[in-house]
Design a protein around this ligand. Structure first.
Ligand SMILES: Cc1cc2nc3c(=O)[nH]c(=O)nc-3n(C[C@H](O)[C@H](O)[C@H](O)COP(=O)(O)OP(=O)(O)OC[C@H]3O[C@@H](n4cnc5c(N)ncnc54)[C@H](O)[C@@H]3O)c2cc1C
Length: 635
């Protein structure tokens, strides 16, 4: 069934384009050349489908042999061919010619490759590490307009983001969930005065009018008692009342993966662990992209008509490959989050808390529902500071932790300390530098979150800035820019396109179904099938966390995970929730996935060591100041 659906889509698209163009321009010469183009396209599709089938059958044969030998009871799913396969993509990347090569497998690149493939362009994407391993797994995980951008006067950004929020809720209902927020209003002697409360009331109306209403609910005022019930660790005397409004949340790394899988469903070739090391341009529509496959340690080149650079905070480095000088347009802004046990905060909705002596606020978000109104964790973030350290490995330092805990402890009375922190993550916003000097000197928090699309003299398109929430619109603009370079007219099709996993979702009967459905959508049936074949896979992957062993198997067989870090940091979010428990689970995870990846003992140990090292770096960074951390990376 899986095979039929992925094979039919490109063929069907080519066929429907053929008929559509025919009815519009039957008598013109344009129609004839259109037909020839489409016929060629059909031929390409047929060749592509043929190659894909042969390759998939080879993979299927190999997997079948392996599972017959070692794991007969896990045979059913792993041997089912599917289109999100690294080896399949690599063989296509080294043999086919493309219309568009997308560099960077964060949410922006994912959106771009989906947009391009769904317009009928032959598209591929290369990610040098793992999908979403950059900023796109380290956000606050909110699909929102951003109340504070409204307060900064950026009405257009908020309007666009809230429109995208609505689309995302419709296109990915399995991943994007409504999240109520509360802004407590504190009594006179505390941080927020009644005057500010009135101003806040106006801001809430503005938010609703700008598009907040699209979620189907307007903001409302809560009594002090009602507010206290949502955050019982706050001192009741401090509370005067609160505002409640609605936004949405999504697991950023899983959203990125779902967008990438949708692109593969539309015929795109996608590979992680493939670093782009050079862009050679003959002219604006003839390029060769040089790639290093890190897993196989091989090099190859891809011929393409267009290149889109969607590499976030690395965008200038990739532009330098094309423009021969470093343009220095990105101003990285660091943001950290801390995870603590939910019992320390006991908020049943997200809460916005003020940061004393700073004109900022933090989100306090409950995470991992137990299904009875309680949660396992709460995360708090985010900071927003200029970043001067190594872009490849930003860390949450002692300064960051003290800042966040000071703000939290000013709002709750449970005295949360460093020892309570079970996980941290730190990401870099790829903010675009502003031209005027006053903005250059200003705080990163005041820089616009709007995106920019830039086309170089060679025709290479770069898309930077923006937000997780607005990725689809960024992608549309970037592919429009490519169409301009190519001199073609194509229409964006992603506005109402369901993302992978959105259709045919399971009924949430049990807490386990709920967990799987909210992460895999319709693919949760595949996880259930794995478990039905091997009940041991229903066991927990990491002690105390809801992830199942079957999810690790599926991550390797269907989600291109190639390391323990991929599984514990992004396919599941175990490391962000509980780092120590994740380290303890590294060996068992390795034992589970080693045979699937064909690892020998050395490769298995190397992946465990790499994960433990990354966790140790997080532990170490928590002990030093920001300056000490930066100094230790100098030279
Ligand atoms: C702390 C924080 C909180 C945030 N919270 C929110 C939020 O709640 N809501 C929201 O809407 N937005 C939020 N954002 C913004 C949002 O997360 C980012 O705008 C978005 O994730 C950027 O995605 P990207 O794809 O552009 O970059 P990235 O995710 O960084 O992706 C770029 C990718 O390019 C790859 N790459 C680099 N060089 C190469 C190369 N040579 N070859 C191949 N690949 C390469 C990298 O490995 C990386 O995976 C937040 C950002 C931060 C930092």
């Amino acid at each position: 069934m899986c095979q039929a659906s992925h094979l039919s889509s490109p063929t069907f698209r080519a066929a429907s384009l053929f008929y559509a163009s025919g009815s519009r321009a039957q008598t013109s010469g344009k129609f004839i050349s259109g037909c020839i183009r489409q016929l060629r396209c059909c031929k390409v599709v047929r060749q592509y489908v043929g190659r894909r089938l042969t390759h998939e059958l080879a993979i299927r044969q190999r997997n079948t042999e392996f599972f017959q030998k070692f794991r007969p009871n896990r045979l059913c799913l792993v041997s089912t061919p599917h289109n999100f396969s690294r080896s399949l993509s690599l063989s296509r990347l080294s043999s086919e010619e493309f219309d568009v090569v997308v560099i960077g497998g964060g949410i922006t690149g994912a959106g771009v490759v989906l947009d391009a493939a769904s317009r009928g362009l032959r598209a591929c994407l290369l990610e040098r590490d793992d999908f979403a391993s950059g900023t796109s797994s380290k956000s606050s995980k909110l699909i929102h307009g951003g109340l504070r951008y409204l307060q900064q006067g950026d009405v257009r950004l908020v309007y666009q983001a809230l429109r995208e929020r609505k689309r995302l809720r419709r296109n990915a209902p399995h991943l994007v969930h409504v999240l109520p927020f509360m802004i407590p209003i504190l009594t006179k002697n505390s941080v927020v005065s009644k005057k500010i409360a009135r101003a806040l009331g106006s801001a809430m109306w503005m938010y609703d009018l700008t598009g907040g209403w699209r979620i189907g609910r307007l903001h409302r005022r809560l009594s002090a008692d009602a507010a206290f019930a949502h955050l019982p660790t706050m001192s009741r005397e401090k509370l005067s009342s609160a505002y409640m409004y609605y936004d949405a949340e999504a697991d950023d790394a899983r959203l990125t993966l779902s967008v990438l899988r949708s692109a593969a469903d539309n015929g795109a070739a996608i590979a992680n662990q493939c670093r782009v090391e050079g862009i050679d341009s003959v002219n604006r529509t003839q390029h060769s992209v040089r790639v290093h496959d890190i897993v196989g340690d091989t090099h190859f080149a891809i011929r393409t008509k267009a290149v889109i650079n969607a590499t976030g905070v690395w965008a200038d480095d990739v532009r330098a490959l094309d423009e021969a000088s470093h343009p220095d347009t990105i101003r990285p802004a660091k943001g950290v989050h801390l995870t603590v046990p939910w019992e320390k905060v006991r908020n049943d909705i997200a809460v916005v808390i003020p940061v004393p002596s700073d004109k900022r606020s933090l989100f306090v978000v409950p995470w991992i529902s137990r299904g009875d109104g309680t949660y396992q964790f709460t995360y708090i973030g985010t900071t927003d500071t200029d970043y001067k350290g190594p872009v490849n490995d930003p860390q949450c330092t002692r300064d960051d932790i003290e800042y966040v805990l000071a703000a939290l402890n000013a709002s709750v009375n449970t005295d949360v300390t460093l020892e309570d922190v079970t996980g941290v993550w730190s990401g870099l916003r790829p903010l675009v530098k502003m031209d005027d000097s006053s903005a250059k000197a200003g705080r990163t928090a005041d820089l616009s979150r709007r995106h920019r699309v830039f086309t170089s003299d060679n025709g290479v398109v770069t898309v930077t800035g923006g937000k997780l929430t607005t990725y689809r619109e960024m992608a549309e603009d970037a592919v429009d820019a490519v169409s301009e370079v190519l001199g073609t007219k194509t229409r964006c099709r992603t506005k109402s396109m369901s993302l992978h996993g959105a259709k045919g979702r399971s009924i949430r009967a049990s807490q386990r179904d709920h967990h799987l459905d909210g992460r895999f959508g319709s693919d949760s049936a595949d996880i259930a099938a794995l478990i039905a074949n091997d009940p041991s896979l229903s066991g927990p992957l990491v002690d105390g966390l809801p992830y199942l062993r079957a999810e690790a198997v599926y991550a390797v067989t269907h989600e291109m995970a190639t390391s323990i870090d991929d599984i514990l940091s992004r396919r599941t979010r175990a490391r962000l929730l509980n780092r120590r428990a994740s380290v303890s689970a590294a060996r068992a995870t390795a034992d589970l996935i080693s045979p699937l990846l064909g690892w020998d003992d050395a490769q298995c140990s190397a992946s465990i060591a790499e994960f433990i090292d990354a966790c140790a770096r997080e532990d170490a960074a928590a002990m030093v100041t920001e300056q000490e951390f930066i100094d230790s990376h100098k030279g």
